[in-house]
Write a protein that binds this ligand. Sequence first.
Ligand SMILES: Nc1ncnc2c1ncn2[C@@H]1O[C@H](COP(=O)(O)OP(=O)(O)OP(=O)(O)O)[C@@H](O)[C@H]1O
Ligand SMILES: [Mg+2]
Length: 255
Amino acid sequence: MTTSSTALAIDFQNVVKRFGERTVLKGINLEVKRGEILFILGTSGTGKSVLLKTLVGLLRADEGNILIEGKDVAHLSEEDYLPIRRHCGMVFQHPALFDSMTVGQNIAFGLMKHERKTYEQALPRVRECLELVGLSGVEDRNANEISYGMQKRVSLARTLAVGPRILLFDEPTTGLDPITTRQINNLIRDLSRRLQTTALVVSHDMECALEIADRIIVLSEGQIVEQGDVEHILKSKVPLVVDFLAEAKASRGDA
Ligand SMILES: Nc1ncnc2c1ncn2[C@@H]1O[C@H](COP(=O)(O)OP(=O)(O)OP(=O)(O)O)[C@@H](O)[C@H]1O
Ligand SMILES: [Mg+2]
């Protein structure tokens, strides 16, 4: 471990993940600096979600080390992982709010469970988080009566409520219309800057990666095939990256 590792939010060291005979992550080495917005791009089934899940301990790596803020977490017990998970807030692709609860109750859920707060005690934080995602005043609405785009933002507010230092997004904009996509992307960028959190964003969307990422890595069949800042990616000759760039250009309508 080098002395600079404390400046790193996340450090994957030769991480291997297998399911039976199948090796899905084939020795991932990846350093993420504090405050960085890193996009992870790759085609479907290439191991992007598995990578995020190994980080938060929902799946365990078979080989290698994973350091979060300098602490090796890959070999922690389930119990010791719980506080780590609260530092690494995962925003899943589908909002999965509790339908029978209000927006506010959904956001307060983690605070009530882990910090033993009452709803009234959690309410100021709930309101603060709703404001952060641009949804002030909706805490009393039922979760099932707000739009899908709003649900995505509420799920982000729910993750923010416990104060994570690292935010993990798995496909935050898949299935959203272009305007909501832009709103969510801007939100990821603005919140990461404002709250000084590190963000890992798994995506298929090169266009939004080019817009908001500090750095992009491209995964193919469980390996990193390209990585760098936007300027580097734009000049890449790696065929998969060239394809992603062509698609982004076509979707902007300027191909
Ligand atoms: N719990 C599991 N058990 C067995 N195989 C799994 C499990 N989770 C993922 N896999 C396999 O690992 C591979 C990578 O899956 P992963 O979900 O990481 O893909 P992905 O890159 O996120 O794809 P997508 O873009 O479609 O979400 C897939 O072949 C998947 O079937
Ligand atoms: Mg996935």
